[in-house]
Structure formats: C-alpha cells, structure tokens
Design a protein around this ligand. Structure first.
Ligand SMILES: Cc1cn([C@H]2C[C@H](O)[C@@H](COP(=O)(O)OP(=O)(O)O[C@H]3O[C@@H](C)C(=O)[C@@H](O)[C@H]3O)O2)c(=O)[nH]c1=O
Length: 202
C-alpha cells in the first residue's frame, strides 16, 4: 500500500499496490503492520456500507466525541465521491482546515481519516457505494456534526448538493462547537489535486 501524506497531519491518501496478471490484480486494502509502521493503531471494529442512488447526495460532516473518536478508512467501491475532512483538533496547526479528495471505484484510492476529524462526502455519480471501516463502535450519544456549508470553514463543494438529511442540515457551525477554536488559525480551505489516475481537481 502506498501512503501519501496530506497537508492535514495524520490524514493519508492510500493507493493500493496492484499485483497484476492475466486474471486481473491482487491488492491489499488493509494491513495492520503497514498501518502500525506509520504509528496508526486501527483495529477495525466496524465496517459500513453507504449506498447512495442519487448524484448530489451529501452525508456529513460527522464525528464522535472522545473517548468514542473514530478513525476511518474510506473507499468508494461504485461510482465516485468527493470525500472531505475537517481538522477539529484544537491543538493542531491545521485546526479548522479542510481537505477534499476524489475517490472513485476505478482508482481504488482510499482516504484515512484520523480521530477528531469531521468527515463527509458528496456523491459525484448516481448509484454510489461507499465502504469504510471504523476503529470505534457506533456511540449515538457521542455523535456530533459540523454544518457542511459553514462559511467559517468554507469547503468548496464542486456543485450544490441536492439531497441532505434534515439532521445534517442543522448541525452547528464551527464556532458553536465546544472545541476552543483559535480563529487566528482559521485559514481558507485547501483542495488537494490528487490527479494521479482518474482524479480531477475542483
Ligand atoms: C453511523 C451509524 C448509523 N446507524 C444508524 C442510525 C440511523 O438510523 C441510520 C443512518 O444514520 P446516519 O444518518 O447517521 O448515517 P450517515 O449519514 O451515513 O452517517 C455516516 O456518515 C459518514 C459521512 C460518516 O463519516 C460515518 O461515520 C457516519 O457518520 O443508521 C447505525 O446503526 N450504526 C452506525 O454506525
């Protein structure tokens, strides 16, 4: 597996190493040792499937409070998404910054989401499946959200979403979260151009 560091410390874009032959290819999509080599202990306690029939569906921006914080390893197994993270670690130099990475079924690209990041995605095609493994159990009482269109974060979604749950429409803004925000560190969002294979920049 090829780990590429992102501008948000601890978040990685991960590409698979394809061992190809006439049948196709074999690749690892998860390996405890390869993650441990980067200091990531991520026992996958849960694996989730998210099916989204409609392009323009937005789910996010979600996180669980400590001690239930989750790391996530996200892959789009059908269709395409823009997967988005927001760093909510108040001690982090990139506190309040966001990152968007296109994940498509064809690229097999994955995004590793550290704990204490808000996470969400916008579907770029109809009939999208998103599969992700999670390091902590679902804890409904610890579930929190950040509003997807908070201007203080300024996520540049590629187009306006057309389907969002009522719950996700009403999450608080960044400044209303109990995170001790440092406004001096609130810089405008950054969008990484991960264009190695099928990526597009937004
Ligand atoms: C996340 C989750 C939801 N549920 C239930 C609650 C509810 O009835 C139904 C749908 O829940 P939600 O609306 O929260 O589903 P969804 O909006 O897809 O939530 C997910 O969004 C993405 C972006 C993430 O990062 C995930 O961690 C998770 O928060 O599934 C579980 O039973 N277990 C779970 O782990």
């Amino acid at each position: 597996m090829k780990f590429t560091e992102t501008a948000l410390a601890g978040a990685y874009v991960i590409d698979v190493d394809r061992l190809a032959d006439e049948r196709g290819f074999f690749a690892r999509s998860w390996c405890e040792d390869e993650f441990a080599a980067r200091g990531i202990a991520m026992p996958p306690l849960q694996a989730n499937i998210s099916f989204n029939p409609r392009r323009g569906t937005l789910r996010g921006m979600h996180y669980q409070l400590p001690p239930h914080e989750e790391t996530k390893l996200v892959r789009c197994t059908r269709g395409a998404i823009l997967d988005v993270l927001v760093d909510l670690r108040s001690e982090s130099p990139t506190f309040g910054q966001w990152l968007g990475v296109e994940l498509t079924a064809e690229s097999y690209r994955m995004l590793f989401v550290p704990g204490r990041f808000a996470h969400g995605f916008l579907t770029l095609t109809d009939n999208t499946d998103v599969c992700y493994q999670v390091s902590a159990k679902y804890a409904p009482g610890a579930e929190r959200g950040l509003r997807w269109n908070d201007p203080a974060i300024g996520i540049r979604w590629p187009f306006a979403p057309t389907l969002i749950s009522d719950k996700d429409q009403h999450h608080p803004n960044f400044r209303e979260l109990a995170l001790a925000p440092n406004e001096a560190q609130l810089v405008s969002g950054l969008m990484m151009d991960w264009e190695l294979d099928h990526g597009r920049s937004w």
